[in-house]
Design a protein. Sequence first.
Length: 368
Amino acid sequence: MIDRERLVDSFLELVKIDSPSGEEDLMAEEMVRRLKSLNVDVWEDDHGNVLGRYPDPTSSIETIGSPILLSAHLDTVEPGKGITPHFDGPDIIRSDGTTILAADDKGGCAVILEVVESIQEDDSNHRPLEIVLTRGEEIGLVGAVNLNYSDLSSNIAIVIDAGGPPTTIQSASPYYYGYDIQVIGRAAHAGLEPEKGVPAIRIASEIIVGLPQGRLDDETTGNVGIISGGHVVNAVPDRCRIQGEMRSMSKETVELLVADAMVHLDQIRQAWPDAEIDADFDLKMPGFKLDPLDPAATLIFKVLESLEMIPAPQAFGGGTDGNIFRGHGIASVVIGRGGYEQHTVDEYLVIPEMLDCAKVVETACMTL
Ligand SMILES: [Zn+2]
């Protein structure tokens, strides 16, 4: 049975292991150790993501139905070093206010451990479980992008990585394009012979005013986030770089924005034939709208209903590993694990909601 005390203890131990993005080794080692001790067949892929199967295919444990993937991420945002969790009343855990708490996503990791342990000790009929704990989720879903999908056979996944109670189901997330534009001009002395130069910063500024910025409609935003260029004040700058993003719940809208930006760049190229303008627009994250007939959604709605919980689908502006899994043909639902104020030093965890999350995930593993 899902055990509150054991779940909370795991959570408290995991949050004390520092694992900001790029520094996940200790957290990965600890999860490998814990999963192994639960008889999970566990390994790390080339990227260092932790993968597991339960039961171990060489064991004699019988399972029911098709496999299900349970996923969380190993990394955290900053400030995430030296986290000191403490109780605020019987049901809330907070940091000391100088760091995040890292319920995002140590809460998800703790839930997965608890579900495996509970299923094992109860000897419950369950689906074959696959486990994926990614690195670098917070810096662009890097682990999920580099995951070795041929190691997996699940067609459905539960990604335990939303805020709020487990009834919080991510119903949509945006299509997200990042861009990187390089303007290469020509340097010249700014005071003596500026006409010999090709002013990269000026050209970049003409580009920037034509790029979509701010809120464009209900479900679409754009942002120029970083500019860099120039070396000294008395030289015509020969380089300028512009980086930004566009996101929309509508694939058509964001693709139209990219196409418009390309046309705009061509106009600037014509106006400045001596400049070289290289632009890279990259769909960093495919968005989605949850289809009620999606097999993962159908399963989770059924499970919530059986536990007398009312699903509360919500569109989030951000993405999770679920976006990437979907792109690899794995129907994925993202559910809440009891955390709030994520990515801030005010982050906190509501224990009964994490406990409910573990019950939901365990029930999903036992439901066909
Ligand atoms: Zn997360």
